[in-house]
Design a protein around this ligand. Structure first.
Ligand SMILES: Nc1ncnc2c1ncn2[C@@H]1O[C@H](COP(=O)(O)OP(=O)(O)OP(=O)(O)O)[C@@H](O)[C@H]1O
Length: 651
């Protein structure tokens, strides 16, 4: 005989002990209802036999080997409602709910298998005819037990109830008056899936709770079909919210929000049905399809939950409203009991086997029961943490204070007080002074940079002017074999190669002073002009001021006396300037003068070096001007026509 299901264990022990570890399996109890009057009338045979308290034996009607299924408890048709209540261990679930756990009892099975009967007992036999207490279902018995338990707790407990149905994939509030309207199912991190705007009704007595149950049952959708005269067409969820109050007052919750505490939820699932067997048409068939789809989604989630790897990943609870609202019970932190209901009839065996396999899988699903922590429960932990942090801070501050202890530092109390008062002020002053000096240094640095640039430009210009001056001197000195000056120098002309407006020769495109082609001013040979003009001696061997001027005119009395005397003094000045200039740094090509702020004085910009250079530049200009004037006042040595061939070659 093949045997399936839970391998061992006493149902009372397993259910009464509740969660024993981090992973707690869903508890499954199997209830086999008695043969109905209709089944007996049709002469149907039973295919199920209970073997002991936990094993169900299935005998196929056509022969073949028996199949056994083991569950937490197996209850045959002879068991009373009270037996079922006890065997299911619902009281234990109630205790867990009082301690803050979220507990769920749900019934499962094909249509007409006795789910509603197990949970709520048979429907009233007529208007005003009460149901005998002995037939009361698990829910009424739990209610009675819970109210009695709460009375003897000695601590205030807040009890609230909600009751909803999922009909054609719409959630409806069974406790709200007026026409039923669909309510949205939402999700948030703390609450998980929940129904928005679901009414929570507070109750304080068993009578009040029974009224709520009756109200919901009367509003729940049910219809008659072939297999059940009062078939539920919706899944119904009645939830009791149990709020325990400790010596500290529980903070009030917003209206409509579930209080922090335990939950006990009863789920009466609509039965799976074969439309062909139930003869459902029209609306009944639509309802049946919706019911079957949601049960299929539930079975799919249960199958996936069996895989430990898949359990850590995605379980498609969002596939239906039912799986959303059962997500916590199946794969979350709840404690769950499933009561699988079956018919004994051999005619129902395919559906019964389906239910048995479904239940076998479900009892291998585990949850991790965990009581939600209320703000009150969290408070001591938080306070304890704060105390630890404050103690640590206190210890650190004390040790810092100890380092400044006058006794350990050797200072008297008054000196320590003085130091504490004055050191801070001194430190602030030092910081301000430091900042001021930083700014001053930065200004000086930028002034220095500007002055250096200006100095370079001026040195370059002085250098160029000096060379022009030497060339002019060579050009105009009288003597045999000396070429006459170009007549064009007498003609005012535009300035050449960025020099001051001295003179240029527009006809020959040569500098009238040094006779160099204008393009040559940018050539590297420019640097050689001065030394060539000064003679064969190396500039470094003999100081320039000690050497004779390179183009000193010959000392012939009468003819050039005056000029020679004037030239000598001029050349002395030129030599001095040249000496000075040789010490300056000269760049190959003079950049334009940098823009200088108008309010910046030369002293600010470069100290004494810049005005010196400027003065020297001005002196050179004057000297060149006077040399040219002297040259113009002298008659040329020969009055021949000027031709390019007679122009002196460049120095
Ligand atoms: N253990 C039982 N003892 C006596 N009668 C029972 C038992 N279980 C169920 N019945 C009867 O069987 C019929 C069907 O039961 P019930 O309505 O509870 O089935 P169901 O599974 O809820 O069906 P559905 O899914 O269609 O709602 C009812 O008339 C009910 O009184």
């Amino acid at each position: 005989m093949e045997e399936r299901g839970s391998p061992d264990g006493d149902p009372a022990r397993s259910l009464e002990q509740g969660p024993e570890g981090p992973d707690t399996p869903i508890q499954v109890v199997l209830r086999v209802r008695p043969m109905s009057a209709a089944e007996l009338r049709r002469g149907e045979q039973s295919a199920l036999h209970c073997s002991g308290t936990r094993t169900l034996q299935v005998s196929p009607p056509g022969g073949g080997p028996d199949v056994a299924f083991r569950f937490g408890a197996v209850l045959d048709g002879a068991r009373t409602q009270e037996d079922v209540f006890r065997a299911c261990g619902v009281r234990r679930l109630g205790e867990l709910a009082l301690r803050g756990f979220s507990c769920t009892v749900f019934t499962f099975g094909q249509t007409g298998s006795g789910k509603t009967y197990t949970l709520t007992g048979p429907p009233p036999q007529g208007e005003g005819v009460p149901v005998p207490p002995s037939l009361a279902g698990i829910m009424q018995r739990t209610f009675a037990w819970l109210l009695d338990r709460v009375q003897h707790l000695g601590a205030p407990v807040t009890l609230q109830a909600s009751y909803l149905e999922i009909y054609n994939e719409q959630v409806r509030d069974l406790l709200s008056l007026g026409a039923p309207r669909p309510l949205p199912v939402r999700w948030d991190k703390t609450r998980g899936f929940y129904v928005e705007q679901l009414q929570l009704v507070e109750f304080g007595s068993l009578g009040a709770l029974m009224e709520l149950l009756e109200m919901g049952l009367s509003r729940r959708r049910s219809s008659a079909h072939t297999l059940n005269q009062a078939s539920s067409r919706s899944h119904a969820l009645l939830t009791l919210y149990i709020g325990r109050q400790t010596y500290q007052q529980v903070p009030p919750v917003d209206p409509g929000e579930a209080p922090v505490g335990g939950k006990l939820c009863f789920v009466d699932l609509a039965g799976s049905e074969k439309v062909a067997a139930t003869g459902s048409r029209g609306e009944l068939m639509l309802e049946a399809n919706s019911i079957n789809r949601s049960l299929l989604a539930l079975g799919h989630c249960i199958s996936l939950l069996l895989d430990p790897q898949r359990k850590q990943s995605h379980i498609p609870f969002r596939d239906s409203k039912l799986t959303k609202l059962l997500a916590d019970s199946l794969g979350g932190r709840g404690v769950t009991l499933m009561v699988a209901c079956v018919s004994p009839s051999a005619q129902c065996l395919p559906e019964t086997l389906s239910t048995l396999r479904y239940a076998s899988r479900a009892q291998r699903v585990t949850t991790r029961p965990q009581a939600p922590k209320s703000p009150v429960a969290k408070q001591p932990q938080r306070l304890e943490m704060e105390i630890l942090q404050l103690r640590e801070e206190n210890r650190r501050l004390r040790s810092q204070l100890g380092q400044r202890d006058p006794k350990t530092s050797g200072l008297s109390g008054s000196r320590v007080a003085w130091a504490q008062q004055n050191l801070y002020g001194m430190l602030q002053e030092f910081m301000l002074e430091n900042e001021r000096l930083r700014k001053e240094k930065s200004q000086l640095q930028s002034s220095w940079d500007l002055a250096r640039d200006e100095q370079r430009v001026l040195a370059q210009q002085v250098h160029e002017l000096e060379r022009c001056l030497l060339s002019a001197c060579s050009l105009y000195q009288p003597g045999p074999g000396t070429a006459p000056p170009c007549p064009c120098v007498m003609v005012p002309a535009p300035s050449c190669h960025a020099l001051p407006p001295l003179c240029s020769c527009p006809c020959s495109h040569l500098c009238p002073l040094c006779r160099a082609p204008l393009g040559q001013w940018a050539s590297p040979r420019r640097g050689l002009h001065l030394s060539q003009m000064l003679g064969p001696h190396a500039p470094g061997s003999v100081p320039l001021s000690a050497r004779p001027p390179p183009c000193v005119p010959p000392c012939s009395p009468g003819s050039a006396k005056c000029q020679r005397e004037r030239s000598h003094s001029d050349w002395i000045q030129t030599r001095v300037l040249a000496d000075l200039l040789m010490e300056e740094e000269v760049v190959p090509s003079a950049p334009p003068l940098p823009m200088v702020p108008p309010n910046t004085s030369p002293v600010q910009r470069g100290g004494a070096a810049v005005p010196n250079l400027a003065r020297r530049l001005e002196a050179l200009r004057d000297q060149i001007g006077s040399s040219l004037r002297r040259g113009r006042s002298q008659p040329p040595a020969s009055e021949g026509p000027r031709s390019p061939s007679r122009v002196l070659p460049p120095c």
